[in-house]
Design a protein around this ligand. Sequence first.
Ligand SMILES: Cc1cc2nc3c(=O)[nH]c(=O)nc-3n(C[C@H](O)[C@H](O)[C@H](O)COP(=O)(O)OP(=O)(O)OC[C@H]3O[C@@H](n4cnc5c(N)ncnc54)[C@H](O)[C@@H]3O)c2cc1C
Ligand SMILES: NC(=O)c1ccc[n+]([C@@H]2O[C@H](COP(=O)([O-])OP(=O)(O)OC[C@H]3O[C@@H](n4cnc5c(N)ncnc54)[C@H](O)[C@@H]3O)[C@@H](O)[C@H]2O)c1
Length: 462
Amino acid sequence: MAIQHVDLLTIGAGGGAYPAAFRLAQAGRSVIMVDPKGAMSGNCLYEGCVPSKAIRETAEIYQSQQRLAGHGLAGAISIDFTKITMHKDAVQARRYEQHAAELAAARNIKLIQGTARLLGLHEVAVNTTDGEQRFHCAQIIIASGSDVFIPPIPGAELCLTSHDLYKPDSVLKTLPERLIVIGGGYIGLETATFFAALGTRVTLLQKGEQLLSGMDPGMVTLLTPLLDPAIRIRTGVDVTAVTLTPEGGRRVHYTRAEETDTLDGDVVLMAVGRRPVIPVGTTEIGIAVTEKGIDVGPSLQTVHPHIYACGDVNGRVPLFHAAVRQSMVAAHNILGGNIPLDYADFNHVPTTVFTLPAAAYVGLTPALAEAQGIKLQTGRYDFAEDSRAQILERMEGGIQLFFAADSLRLLGGWVVGIDAGQLIGQIGTAAAHGLTAYDLARFADQHPMSAEGIGKAARSLF
Ligand SMILES: Cc1cc2nc3c(=O)[nH]c(=O)nc-3n(C[C@H](O)[C@H](O)[C@H](O)COP(=O)(O)OP(=O)(O)OC[C@H]3O[C@@H](n4cnc5c(N)ncnc54)[C@H](O)[C@@H]3O)c2cc1C
Ligand SMILES: NC(=O)c1ccc[n+]([C@@H]2O[C@H](COP(=O)([O-])OP(=O)(O)OC[C@H]3O[C@@H](n4cnc5c(N)ncnc54)[C@H](O)[C@@H]3O)[C@@H](O)[C@H]2O)c1
């Protein structure tokens, strides 16, 4: 079999892969991307960020209308869930077209629909429907992402996953009356709030005592009481089995505080985490893999300097924008001859839980600071006093900024409530660039926008 030479081969064509692929192709290198989807964008567009937020934004607009019903926007809006999912599908199709056009316009770069496996330090085999192709690659980026984790619970196959819910032409075409969500992380909690907002009766079962385990308990405590009280949240639950009811519904069996109980629903969403997808051959060529993923540092290089691992596959910060930045770092380091000249900053990645309402954080937050013995001064701003929040009847939550107690340098922050996902980017930019409370206090942001709360939170220290 003929072996083709290529400068860069990416395993996957999602956010961890294509930014580097385009950068290197622009620089004149020959690039092959391999992905079984045969399209760019990975799981973010196929079953993640974009489709889930297409459903979210519709649900939020519906909630906003209800909130303003007594303020001049009276009248019932009807929900057509099938059309909502058709809109989601249309957004996905539009973005796939856009990416296909970008690819068609690019030189030096080709996407092969197939599955890659590593044969050696520079050798990759690609399985396609037309057979196998082999490549000798000067550089390799492993960006094979992550996939839904299905726990070994009897009857787990009766549950839907985020893949079923958000993929193009999703499995769920009508709004379920009763939804049971197993898992109170990003996917479980976000999805619970979207469906509750649209009128589904939702029960969420979380294994541990805290929702959004791993996040700062202070932020979670602020968010939890703001969630729709119609969502029944049960923590400390151990799901033991899922069975069918005589009517064809789903029955979840669980134990809680040593009591056993069952719960019936029409649909059960299993959302207890994701696992990295490790290409065949990875460990065989000496690359270390932990439960979180491929072990890499901020240069994104594996133990072999010409093999990089970017995005969810390394488990460092499994978010789309983090994957994109990591991909660019890998590109820069490849252009630097595999001598690192760029490093990813894993500590300043803005993170939003797009629940209704949302909660977002960046950098150092109090629980982490306490664990590290770092003293903080906190600047606060309450949305109850915010003009935009009052106009929209969204006065719940607020902004907290965390400054180093001695220098007043911004180390982190969180936002719970209105515009959280927008505001956290601005706070993250300020923290990443070493701004202080003085800098933020002196900058008068626009009125009447929620962003003026960032300066006001800083000014609360003076
Ligand atoms: C429901 C849901 C909602 C989400 N919402 C958000 C959000 O709002 N914001 C956010 O930032 N992140 C969100 N995420 C996370 C985000 O989708 C991921 O962080 C992002 O997709 C990671 O990009 P990646 O390139 O590392 O991996 P992926 O997007 O997973 O892409 C990896 C690609 O590699 C391919 N592949 C796997 N194995 C091979 C192989 N052997 N050969 C060739 N190709 C292979 C896969 O088919 C896949 O297309 C969400 C995820 C989910 C599931
Ligand atoms: N807004 C965003 O950026 C966004 C949105 C969705 C997904 N994501 C990405 O997708 C990843 C996966 O999301 P996820 O929600 O599946 O995982 P997750 O790790 O965020 O949460 C899983 C939750 O399930 C709980 N759990 C585990 N086993 C359980 C069991 N047997 N019964 C009940 N609860 C159990 C855990 O305690 C945890 O709270 C996230 O880590 C994130 O990287 C990001």
